[in-house]
Design a protein around this ligand. Structure first.
Ligand SMILES: *[C@@H]1O[C@H](CO)[C@@H](O)[C@H](O)[C@H]1NC(C)=O
Length: 642
C-alpha cells in the first residue's frame, strides 16, 4: 500500500501551500547542515554519499547549497545526473519560494545549459513559467527560444509542468508557447502533465491545442494530469483525446460550472479523481459522448473493431440517457459538491477515501435517499461538510476515519443534524477516529460520546471556550473508555496578511507542554478554578483595567484536570492537546506512549503498564508527509493493522 500511495503523490504540484511547507523544511535543513554534519557526510564512501544526496533530492531539499561547501561535495553533485533532473525556466521575477527546493531554477541561458548537460539522460521534470510580466520582462520570442532549449529534450521529459502567473496577457502566453509543440517534439517518456494558471484564461485551449495533439501522437506512458484554472472548454476538449481514457489520476481545480461524470467516460483505469466543482451524475444532464477519435480525426482502432464486429449503426454505446460511467477502479475521490441523489447513481464500489467538500441537499421534490442505502463497502476515510443529515444515506461498514463539518449557524440545528447522523441504530457509522466541527451545545457531546464508545482519536473544533459541562463529560466514569488521543482545536479567524504579501513561511506554531494537574496543585488551590479568576482579580485590585486572560490560560487548568482525572481512572491519554489558533500555540497536557491493547489489559487488571513498553511494535511512526490524503490513508492503514 505505501508504495502505491507514493506513486500517486510523487508528482504533487509545486504550487500554493506546498511551497510554504517546502520553504520551512528547507530552512530546517539549512540549519541542520552544520560543519560537523558535513564532515560526517564527506567521510562516507562516494556511492553512499550519492544515495544520501538522492534522498535529499527526493525530499526536495536544495542541493546547490551543499555545492558551495567543498570541492568533493561539489564534484559528487555535479557528476550525479539524477540530481539535475528538475529544471524550471522562468524569465520573469521569480518568487523566492521557487528556489527553496531541489528544482534548478534557471534564469540565465548559461545555467540552463549547464543543467541540461549535467542531467544527461535522466528523465526530466520540466517546468515552464510565464509571468509576472513587468518592464524588465523579455519579449515572447526571447522566452520562446529559452523554452525551446529545454523542449529539445522533450523525449526525456517525464513530468511536464506549465505555469501561468497572474496578469499575464493571453497574447504573451500565446507567443511564448507558439510553435513549441510542433514536430519534432515528442513525449514518449511523459507520465505526468500539469497545467496551472493563476486565473482562468479564456483562449487557453487555443494555446495548448498543439500540445494536446502532440501528446496524442507521441505519449505512451501518460497516466496523470493536473489542471488548475484552465477553462471548462479546455477540459471538455481534453476528454476527446484517447490519452484521456488511459489516465489513472485526474485533478481538476478551479471554479468551474458543474462537471458531469460523462467527462470521464471510458476512463476505465481511473484510480484517483479530484475535482473542485460540483459533480453531476444524473443522465438528464450528461454530455454528448466524446467524438470518436478525438479532434485529430485519428480513428480508435479498438473501437473500430467493436463497431465492425457488431455492425452497429450507432456511434456510441451505450446510448444516452441510460449511459452509465462506472468508476470501478477509483479508490480516491474528491468532489467539490454532490447531492446524495447523485452519489447514489455513481458507481464507485472500491472507493476507500472520499472527500465531499459540500454535500448538497436534495431537492424537496425528490424522494429522499433512504438511510444507509448507498453501499460503499470499502470506504475507510470520509471527509464531509454538510448542513443536513442526508449524508447518512451512505453505508460504510469499514469506515474508520470520519472528518465531519456541520455548517449551520444555530446550535439547535447542529444538535439535530449530529444526533441524526449518530442515531445509535443499525448502520450508524462507527469510526475510531473522529474529527468534528459542529456548533452543538456542550451537553450534547455526552450523547455523542456514549454512541461512539470505540473512539480512539478525537478532535473537536471549537469556536470558543467550552463550558464546565464539556470538561465534566470527559471526566465521567465509563465515558470513551478507548480514547487515546484528544485534541481541542480552537480555530482562529484568518488574520489579514500584510499587503505586500512577502511572507513566504507560515507562522510557526509554538508547542508548550504542561503535565496533568498534580494532586498537590489541586490540594493547594482547592479547585483549579483558582487559576482562572486569578489574573483578572489582581489587576482589578491594582486599579488598572482588567485584561481578559488569553484563551489558553482559561482552558489550560480544566484540561490539565481532565488529564489528572482520566489518569486516576487508569485511562491515561497518549496525547491530550489544545491548539489555540489565535495564539499560534499548541499546548500538550499529557503525552505517553501507550497502545490501546496494553491499556485495555491494564484497565482490566486495575493497573497501568509502564509507559513505553509497547511503543515500537504497536505504533510504527508515521512519516510526516506534505500531501494530506496519503498521510491519512497511510496512518489509518497502520492503525488498522494493529
Ligand atoms: C486559480 O484561481 C483562483 C481564483 O480564481 C486562485 O485563488 C488560485 O490561486 C488560482 N490557482 C493558481 C495555481 O494560481
Amino acid at each position: 500500500m505505501p508504495s502505491e500511495i507514493a506513486m500517486y503523490f510523487k508528482t504533487e504540484p509545486i504550487t500554493g501551500a506546498l511551497i510554504t511547507d517546502k520553504a520551512n523544511v528547507a530552512i530546517a535543513y539549512r540549519r541542520s547542515m552544520t560543519p560537523r554534519v558535513i564532515l560526517t557526510l564527506l567521510a562516507l564512501p562516494v556511492e553512499i554519499l550519492a544515495i544520501i544526496l538522492d534522498e535529499y533530492h527526493l525530499m526536495d531539499l536544495p542541493l546547490t547549497l551543499l555545492m558551495t561547501v567543498c570541492r568533493t561535495m561539489n564534484e559528487v553533485i555535479k557528476t550525479t545526473p539524477r540530481l539535475w533532473r528538475r529544471i524550471l525556466i522562468s524569465l520573469d521575477s521569480m518568487p523566492p519560494s521557487l528556489k527553496a527546493g531541489s528544482t534548478m531554477a534557471c534564469a540565465t541561458e548559461k545555467f540552463l545549459q549547464t543543467c541540461i548537460q549535467r542531467a544527461r539522460n535522466s528523465p526530466l521534470e520540466a517546468t515552464f513559467v510565464v509571468g509576472r510580466i513587468d518592464e524588465s520582462s523579455p519579449t515572447p520570442e526571447f522566452r520562446r527560444e529559452r523554452f525551446r532549449m529545454l523542449m529539445s529534450r522533450s523525449s526525456q521529459i517525464s513530468f511536464l509542468c506549465l505555469i501561468i502567473n497572474p496578469d499575464t496577457p493571453l497574447q504573451v502566453i500565446k507567443e511564448s508557447f507558439h510553435g513549441l509543440f510542433d514536430d519534432p517534439t515528442a513525449f514518449p517518456a511523459l507520465e505526468s502533465l500539469m497545467i496551472a494558471s493563476a486565473f482562468p484564461v479564456p483562449g487557453l485551449l487555443e494555446v495548448f491545442h498543439p500540445l494536446l495533439d502532440q501528446l496524442e501522437r507521441t505519449t505512451v506512458k501518460l497516466r496523470s494530469v493536473y489542471f488548475e484554472n484552465v477553462t471548462r472548454e479546455f477540459i471538455l476538449a481534453a476528454r476527446e483525446y484517447r490519452f484521456w481514457r488511459k489516465l489513472r489520476r485526474v485533478t481538476i481545480k478551479g471554479e468551474y460550472s458543474p462537471i458531469h461524470i460523462t467527462t470521464f467516460e471510458g476512463c476505465d483505469d481511473l484510480e484517483f479523481l479530484s475535482i473542485s466543482s460540483e459533480l453531476l451524475v444524473h443522465p438528464s444532464c450528461a454530455l454528448n459522448p466524446p467524438l470518436r477519435g478525438g479532434p485529430l480525426g485519428i480513428s480508435d482502432s479498438n473501437e473500430m473493431e467493436v463497431e465492425a464486429a457488431s455492425g452497429c449503426e450507432s456511434q456510441y454505446l451505450p446510448v444516452h440517457p441510460e449511459r452509465k460511467v462506472p468508476l470501478t477502479k477509483v479508490q480516491w475521490l474528491r468532489v467539490g459538491a454532490i447531492a446524495m441523489s447523485g452519489l447514489q447513481e455513481l458507481q464507485i464500489p472500491n472507493v476507500k477515501f472520499l472527500v465531499i467538500q459540500s454535500a448538497l441537499p436534495d431537492s424537496a421534490r425528490q424522494t429522499p435517499v433512504p438511510a444507509h442505502s448507498i453501499r460503499l463497502p470499502n470506504l475507510q476515510v470520509f471527509h464531509v461538510a454538510a448542513s443536513h443529515s442526508e449524508i447518512i444515506a451512505i453505508s460504510a461498514p469499514e469506515l474508520h476515519t470520519l472528518c465531519l463539518q456541520v455548517s449551520v449557524l444555530k446550535r439547535a440545528d447542529a444538535d439535530r443534524v449530529v444526533s441524526s447522523i449518530f442515531h445509535g441504530d443499525e448502520g450508524m457509522w462507527t469510526p475510531k477516529t473522529l474529527s468534528i466541527n459542529a456548533p452543538i451545545h456542550d451537553k450534547h457531546y455526552e450523547t455523542l460520546y456514549r454512541r461512539l464508545p470505540d473512539l480512539e482519536t478525537l478532535t473537536v473544533t471549537l469556536g470558543d471556550k467550552p463550558s464546565e459541562t464539556f470538561y465534566k463529560t470527559l471526566k465521567k466514569r465509563g465515558i470513551l473508555p478507548h480514547l487515546l488521543r484528544l485534541t481541542l482545536d480552537f480555530y482562529a479567524l484568518p488574520t489579514p496578511t500584510p499587503a505586500n504579501g512577502a511572507s513566504t513561511s507560515t507562522p510557526q506554531m509554538r508547542t508548550v507542554r504542561y503535565g496533568p494537574l498534580t494532586e498537590g496543585e489541586l490540594a493547594l488551590s482547592g479547585s483549579y478554578k483558582f487559576w482562572r479568576g486569578g489574573g483578572g482579580t489582581v489587576s482589578t485590585l491594582l486599579g488598572s483595567k482588567p485584561t481578559p486572560p488569553l484563551l489558553s490560560e482559561q482552558v489550560r487548568p480544566a484540561m490539565r484536570d481532565v488529564a489528572r482525572v482520566r489518569a486516576n481512572q487508569h485511562l491515561e491519554f497518549a496525547l491530550l492537546a489544545c491548539k489555540y489558533g489565535a495564539e499560534q500555540l499548541e499546548e500538550i497536557y499529557a503525552e505517553n506512549n501507550i497502545c490501546n491493547a496494553c491499556r485495555k489489559s491494564a484497565y482490566l487488571n486495575g493497573r497501568v503498564e509502564p509507559a513505553g513498553t509497547h511503543l515500537n511494535e504497536a505504533h510504527p511512526s508515521v512519516k510526516t508527509n506534505v500531501g494530506e490524503e496519503p498521510q491519512s490513508v497511510e496512518s489509518n492503514h497502520l492503525k488498522a493493522a494493529e
